[in-house]
Design a protein around this ligand. Structure first.
Ligand SMILES: CC(C)(COP(=O)(O)OP(=O)(O)OC[C@H]1O[C@@H](n2cnc3c(N)ncnc32)[C@H](O)[C@@H]1OP(=O)(O)O)[C@@H](O)C(=O)NCCC(=O)NCCS
Length: 148
């Protein structure tokens, strides 16, 4: 796989149709298909896809509320992780947020999700609080923010 071939596009419903049946298996995504589809249709949401040739290898999205946005989801296809694709997508999401006048990005992440926490810290997201036992009544959610 050539790293240089990665292109980022705004996610379309056609993109979603192409990946909805492989979300859990290939992307390890934690949302069900219906929740994802509703998010995608929400006028305050912005989702992007990373493609190599015509194949979707990642997606990421945020929900914009006035001058703040919540990063709702980011996932790289399982067989393409740790190659920098998550970083490319997050960088693009941050730059789109800046273009849209967003002042602050927020997110929450499972304390067990070391890879995601590493990615967010790399982009200078700061931990501001935790929600105890938020996931499966067992693991804390870490709330992070970044001012743009
Ligand atoms: C989190 C996720 C999107 C990262 O995507 P990715 O394409 O692997 O990201 P990158 O390759 O840009 O890696 C980002 C950083 O995390 C680190 N990292 C990623 N995978 C890693 C692994 N398996 N082991 C160690 N470090 C890892 C990398 O070292 C990299 O840091 P570096 O550039 O300083 O080396 C991916 O692991 C994923 O899809 N997880 C499942 C979905 C999920 O949990 N999303 C987050 C919801 S809050």
């Amino acid at each position: 796989m050539s790293y240089n071939n990665i292109k980022i596009f705004q996610m379309t419903m056609e993109d979603f149709s192409n990946i909805k049946h492989i979300l859990l298996h290939d992307f390890d995504d934690f949302w069900n298909v219906q929740t994802f589809e509703e998010e995608l249709k929400n006028e305050n949401s912005y989702y992007l896809v990373a493609k190599i040739d015509n194949t979707i290898i990642g997606f990421a999205g945020m929900k914009i509320i006035l001058d703040e946005a919540d990063i709702m989801n980011i996932a790289t296809r399982k067989d393409s992780r740790n190659l920098g694709i998550g970083s490319i997508m997050l960088e693009k999401l941050i730059s789109i947020a800046k273009e849209r006048g967003i002042k602050k990005l927020m997110l929450e992440v499972n304390e067990k999700n070391i890879n995601a926490i590493h990615l967010y810290k790399k982009f200078n997201f700061e931990e501001i609080s935790t929600r105890k036992k938020y996931y499966d009544n067992m693991y804390d959610a870490i709330i992070m923010q970044k001012f743009l």
